[in-house]
Design a protein around this ligand. Structure first.
Ligand SMILES: [Zn+2]
Length: 141
């Protein structure tokens, strides 16, 4: 690990604060604040709306839970002195990168490569679904 003690301390505090903030928000946002009781839902439209809101909430929360897990994993790595090492190539991840993104598990070059691969998949998927849409439009004509 190439980090100084001071840098590591900065990052540890950052990660801990972020994790604690998320955990606090989990216990604050209990479901019953968002889900109306049966009496408050007079018709099906309201029902659909609250279902939608609920699914949005779950989606946001899943993302937060995922992030909290990543933060916990980063803290674990700090404890095991495995932090700031690229999972792909074992090189050191620079402080500047970790400061911007404390949960980074890949160095810049490995991340770039992974992102490029992801982008390639995305473009391929997108053009496939666009093709499908064209077929639907043509069939409707
Ligand atoms: Zn790497």
């Amino acid at each position: 690990m190439s980090l100084t003690k001071k840098q590591l301390k900065t990052l540890t505090e950052k990660i801990t604060a972020e994790r604690d903030r998320l955990v606090a928000s989990f216990s604050e946002n209990t479901d019953d604040k968002y889900i109306l009781s049966g009496d408050d839902r007079p018709d099906e439209i309201d029902q659909a709306t609250s279902d939608y809101e609920r699914s949005q909430l779950i989606r946001f929360r899943n993302r937060d839970v995922f992030y909290a897990k990543k933060l916990n994993k980063a803290l674990e790595k700090i404890n095991n002195a495995e932090y700031a090492t690229c999972e792909e190539c074992d090189c050191d991840i620079k402080f500047e990168r970790l400061n911007a993104r404390p949960t980074a598990e890949l160095c810049i070059s490995c991340k770039d490569e992974a992102e490029r691969a992801e982008q390639g998949n995305f473009v391929a998927r997108q053009s496939k679904s666009l093709g499908k849409q064209d077929n639907i439009v043509m069939g409707a004509r």
